[in-house]
Ligand binder design. Sequence first.
Ligand code: FAD
Length: 317
Amino acid sequence: MSEVLVLVDHVAGAVRKPTLELLALAKRLGEPAAVFIGSAEHAGEATAKLAAYGAEKIYVVDDAEIRGFLVVPKVEALQQIAAQANPAAILLVSSAEGKEIAARLAIRLESGLITDAVDIAKDGTTTQSVFAGSYTVAAKVTRGIPIITVKPNSATPVETAGAGTVEQFAVTISDAAKTAQIVAAQPRQATGRPELTEAAIVVSGGRGTGGDFAPIEALADALGAAVGASRAAVDSGWMPHSYQVGQTGKVVSPQLYVANGISGAIQHRAGMQTSKTIVAVNKDEEAPIFELVDFGVVGDLHTVLPAATEQINQRKG
Ligand code: FAD
């Protein structure tokens, strides 16, 4: 069976959940083979996790020589591993970096590229949700090694032991790949909540909050969710722009999306309508958001949310 390469997205060896989702998808197409690019001291933690989630093989590329350089060294590393492994496909997370690496790699390998897939079938056919979610497209790469970027939350990670055979892979990185280097990086102050685009649950607030996001945040924390917002809410300065969900904000596809005091404008829907389950709380029963919900509550969010939060916390306790 051919290998399916999965580029590992990690922070200092801590493998992020979307990579585990990719391993589950890779198993459908062939033998999952992870590509870890990072420092040798972090490789042990990562390889254990990757093997536990089905990686049969793990290529470890020590990044001592290339740390901090922008994406091109990673492209060259993947290109060299692909030349050796001749994989059935290469999967990456649909992040800004993942898509940039994928695009550059596709040119070098003269391969077809599909971005923002939300599913991959056994035969390599991908599903994409396009034009603000109004069309579902099935597509397949017809040339070269299929390179596919997959949106977070598109698959469920499966804890299944793989052989996890580690191969230290020595890459030769060209000077041309080392032309731009990060000189300093400051992590954003942690909120303690999951990253918006990766969260399994997102609780969002809109103009209907009146600027009081406390009930939204309390419900999010009870559910272990990320907080999102409509553009009306961020334009009012109630939440940072990085929280905006929609056409001109982040596109999320969680298992559960809870929209509170959000009318459901088409531009907001574009960012959340592929969520698996949608719940809305709105005091106007005619609000367009109710057209796409699985469960709707007509009521004042300032009453409904604290009551729901209390119930959830009680049941957890
Ligand atoms: P409103 O439309 O004002 O809705 C507020 C809702 O809250 C109403 O339905 C009301 O019934 C309800 N409500 C009020 N009080 C309560 C209460 N106490 N309890 C419960 N419910 C209550 N918008 C985005 O969100 N994301 C985008 O990325 C985005 N991109 C855009 C791009 C373009 C080019 C354009 C033109 C617009 C874009 N918009 C975007 C804006 C979008 O058109 C809407 O204006 C916006 O989504 C409205 O936000 P809202 O639902 O919070 O506010």
